[in-house]
Design a protein around this ligand. Structure first.
Ligand SMILES: Cc1cc2nc3c(=O)[nH]c(=O)nc-3n(C[C@H](O)[C@H](O)[C@H](O)COP(=O)(O)OP(=O)(O)OC[C@H]3O[C@@H](n4cnc5c(N)ncnc54)[C@H](O)[C@@H]3O)c2cc1C
Length: 493
């Protein structure tokens, strides 16, 4: 039988994972990537000996990575040298008080009880619920392939309505556990990873704080970009061809089939086209306009972030690997980001100091710092002044650092690189500059999330954050495996 060919548009984590699975089944796979290197949002900038992971900085859900690497035929332990980050986060509140989320239970007990009597026991109950949400969520919502509506709307899934609380708001559910709003914030802020506010996210997402403490937050030696490099090496080994600086301008289609893709005006043909570029972008920019474009434009998109990458001429050891400043105006913070698409007056923000975990991330006696400030995505009405918003965000970071006794950072910054929502759109073709793609609200999850296969063009498939199961690196690997499985099943390979 003739070898089937696949063109993958984009060398993100999802695209590379799918490419490996397809190549291992004997398909001829070519990945076309607009940028000069693999990884997509899992990206890296190096300058003057400072290494910045510009996208993901947290390796969470390690068991999923283990399973996905095993499915690729390579043990995770051979690919990445992982160390556990404990405490996972140092939370800093407006008055400078702190909470270190640690798996050292005696230490956590003392910290929680100091904030609210009885809260340690409540936290244990919350973890129990998170564990149930994690295990059932993965088993019933993440791993199954919802090809048809009947696969999703079946009586067997009805108990999930109370087992994983999809209809209860996450923040409201916290009242069952804590009174102190800071504790409610400490165990819900992770919803922002899904592009959601805890005030609207389903309580199902308590799975995140659960897995972060139960299974750990990890860090690969050499930084998160090692994941992209590992997948690239495995893909090359499996025979996948990569062409970098190769932008797909169009998916060429006839009535019900994709014929190939246009690059520099040239048609490159393949039996299957697999788009790893963000799904809404593919519909809007690479395919002929149809009703789906309108329907996608009505969908909700995740928020964006402004990131500052600083090469600093002296170390700041008081900054732990992951420091999170949580604002007491917690609800206003999310409302401004999600409803007003702007920067909150007193934003929650995150600082990553990778040299605390791996000294090689900064030159000796210096520091590499990343500050991430969540903001609204691009509004499309041209009213957002991103230069001014970026400058305000930078001042907010310096302001918050003062609560940790850091007053002189500005004077020690050797260079700064910044990403705004405009950068995210330009670098990775993310619609609205949404860092996590389509948002993960109830009506955009599971069967409701865009399928792996295009409805009309039967050999056009999707993989990555805006298709199923959703955003995140381990999820992108799951998406890659599931999408490849669908292609192989449709081709009867
Ligand atoms: C700031 C930030 C922080 C994050 N933090 C975390 C974290 O801590 N932990 C975690 O697990 N996840 C995190 N994520 C999410 C995670 O990075 C993404 O969910 C994941 O990397 C998405 O992978 P993907 O396969 O969807 O593809 P993408 O990474 O989107 O890759 C798609 C590729 O397609 C290419 N492309 C686009 N258009 C074209 C075209 N026309 N022609 C050719 N190529 C094209 C792009 O350049 C890109 O390389 C974070 C994301 C961001 C942005």
């Amino acid at each position: 039988m003739k070898t089937k060919s696949v063109i993958v548009i984009g060398a993100g984590v999802g695209g590379m994972t799918a490419a490996i699975h397809l190549a291992k089944q004997g398909m001829h796979v070519t990945v076309l990537e607009k940028n000069s290197h693999p990884g997509g949002r899992c990206d890296r900038i190096t300058r003057d000996g400072h290494h910045f992971d510009t996208g993901p900085t947290l390796l969470v859900m390690p068991l999923l990575y283990e399973a996905e690497f095993a499915a690729l035929g390579v043990p995770l332990s051979e690919m990445l040298e992982l160390q556990r980050v404990d405490p996972t986060y140092h939370l800093v509140f407006d008055d400078g008080s702190q909470l270190a989320l640690t798996s050292d239970l005696k230490d956590l007990y003392e910290q929680l009880e100091a904030m609210e009597a009885g809260s340690f026991h409540a936290w244990m109950r919350y973890m129990q619920e998170g564990s149930q949400h994690y295990h059932l969520g993965l088993q019933k919502l993440v791993y199954p392939d919802f090809r048809r509506a009947i696969d999703f709307f079946k009586p067997g899934l009805l108990p999930l309505l109370y087992q994983v609380k999809p209809l209860t708001r996450h923040y409201a559910n916290m009242a069952k556990y804590f009174k102190n709003p800071r504790l409610k914030a400490a165990f819900t802020f992770q919803d922002v990873y899904m592009g959601l506010s805890p005030f609207e996210a389903p309580a199902t997402f308590s799975m995140m704080p659960y897995t972060e403490l139960a299974h750990g937050v990890w860090y690969p030696k050499g930084g998160m970009y090692r994941l992209a490099e590992s997948l690239y090496a495995v893909a090359r080994e499996a025979g996948v061809d990569f062409v970098f600086e190769s932008t797909v301008e169009q998916v060429a289609v006839d009535k019900i089939k994709a014929r190939g893709v246009l690059v520099d005006g040239q048609l490159l043909q393949a039996d299957v086209i697999l788009a790893n570029a963000d799904l809404p972008y593919v519909y809007q920019n690479l395919l002929p306009p149809d009703g789906e474009v309108q329907s996608l434009s009505r969908k909700r998109f995740s928020c964006s972030v402004i990131s500052f990458f600083w090469g600093v001429d002296q170390p700041y050891p008081m900054l732990q690997p992951h420091t999170l400043f949580l604002s007491d105006d917690y609800q206003a913070n999310f409302d401004t980001i999600i409803k007003e698409l702007s920067l909150p007056a007193n934003p929650c923000l995150y600082i990553h100091a990778p040299a605390r975990l791996d000294p090689s991330m900064a030159p000796p006696e210096q520091d590499t710092l990343i500050a991430i400030v969540p903001v609204g995505h691009l509004s499309g009405n041209g009213e957002q002044d991103w230069g001014a918003i970026r400058d305000e965000a930078r001042q907010q970071v310096f302001h918050r650092l003062r609560t940790l006794g850091i007053f002189d950072l500005q004077a020690h910054i050797k260079f700064e690189i910044t990403f705004t929502p405009l950068s995210w759109r330009k670098r990775y073709n993310l619609v609205k500059g949404s860092t996590h793609g389509l948002c993960h609200n109830l009506t955009q999850l599971g069967y409701f999330r865009p399928d792996f296969r295009h409805r009309r063009y039967r050999n056009l498939y999707f993989v990555g954050a805006s298709t199923r199961p959703g955003t995140g690196l381990p999820t992108a690997m799951i998406s890659g495996r599931q999408s490849a499985r669908r292609i192989l099943a449709d081709l009867k390979i």
